[in-house]
Design a protein around this ligand. Structure first.
Ligand SMILES: Nc1ncnc2c1ncn2[C@@H]1O[C@H](COP(=O)(O)OP(=O)(O)OP(=O)(O)O)[C@@H](O)[C@H]1O
Length: 318
């Protein structure tokens, strides 16, 4: 579906101050290569200024790269823009595709004409999206009067009216409350599963990624640092899993051979372990009577933060 090989994009930035008038080059994307198969949901992560939006702009045909080869569904986005956009949907959390002063319904109707969606198909899609996203209460409200969560839902419907095979989501849950975030994630999950829509998801909210994507790509300073399964990222960089044990009575000695004692506070003791939990659980239950047990997974948020801050990943990693 998406094939990116050795993508480069450099911006020429005009300097201010003493060097006013001079231009310098800013390499926003350097030698980035990846492919995305039809039906995948891929999380595209990176700190501010990493190069995510630049990549997405190239993929949507808004920007022409300086080097590399890009095809999306067999088309070169910036060369065959019209055909390309007919097949993709995009939602940018920060701005809307809806007409500000028009009721949502009229915006969607206008988009129907732009994308030449047959009217039966339009009615069918609008009905489905109205149900799934609960658009009913604000279909007749102008976009400018919508809450952010309502606007995002209307934008999602607008992006998918013409049955695109590919959806770009840029920060789709930014600024939303927990309930609204959840609704959007559910909806994206449904269109991916039921219609096979391929999704490239840029976000700073790792719960979005955990809920929707099995695969993540991490970019920083324009270089792709990681491309693989979320689970692999956790295994390699997530640190240890923890076993939290509540013993029946505080153990005289909470240490157990083969387990890393992290913390003991009365009857509650935490151990670190690697791999599957069965063996450490057996050791703990053999050690003393246990009232309760919990396996604590490493926090993905912390893992990714460590990657950004500590440069845990090198560009040569797969
Ligand atoms: N039009 C532009 N002109 C000059 N520099 C730009 C332009 N657009 C982006 N940049 C720079 O290119 C780099 C990559 O920016 P990009 O917007 O792709 O990052 P990002 O990963 O999307 O960041 P964010 O999470 O903040 O949206 C940054 O250093 C940014 O300042």
């Amino acid at each position: 579906m998406i094939d990116v090989q050795h993508l480069h994009k450099t911006y020429r930035v005009r300097s201010g101050g003493l060097l006013r008038g001079h231009t310098r080059e800013l390499q926003a994307v350097r030698d980035v290569s990846f492919t995305v198969q039809a039906g995948e949901v891929v999380g595209y992560l990176g700190p501010n200024g990493a190069g995510k939006s630049t990549t997405i702009k190239v993929l949507t045909g808004l920007l022409v790269p300086d080097g590399g080869a890009v095809t999306v569904g067999g088309l070169v986005p910036w060369r065959e823009r019209r055909r390309h956009v007919a097949r993709l949907g995009a939602v940018f959390g920060q701005r809307t595709t809806l007409w500000w002063d028009l009721p949502v319904r009229d915006s969607l109707e206008l988009l129907r004409h732009v994308y030449r969606v047959p009217s039966a198909r339009f009615r069918e899609n609008l009905g489905r999206f109205t149900d799934l996203l609960d658009l009913g209460p604000f279909l007749d409200t102008p976009a400018r009067s919508l809450s952010l969560g309502q606007r995002m839902r209307a934008d999602l419907a607008a992006a998918l009216l013409h049955d695109p095979a590919l959806l770009f989501l840029d920060e789709p849950t930014v600024g939303l409350d927990v309930v609204a975030r959840e609704r959007i994630r559910e909806f994206v999950g449904v269109v991916n599963r039921e219609q096979g829509v391929t999704v490239l998801l840029t976000t700073h909210d790792l719960t979005d990624v955990q809920r929707l994507a099995r695969r993540v790509m991490i970019i920083d300073h324009g270089t792709l640092l990681f491309d693989g399964a979320l689970a692999t990222l956790q295994e390699r960089f997530g640190g240890a899993r923890e076993l939290q044990v509540d013993y029946e009575i505080p153990p005289a000695d909470p240490r157990i051979a083969g387990l890393d004692l992290l913390h003991a506070d009365g009857a509650r003791v935490r151990y670190a372990f690697a791999g599957a939990a069965a063996v450490p659980i057996a050791r703990v239950t053999a050690h003393a009577p246990v009232r309760d047990l919990a396996v604590l997974e490493p926090d993905i948020e912390a893992t990714v933060r460590r990657i950004y801050e500590g440069g845990l990943l090198r560009p040569t990693l797969p």
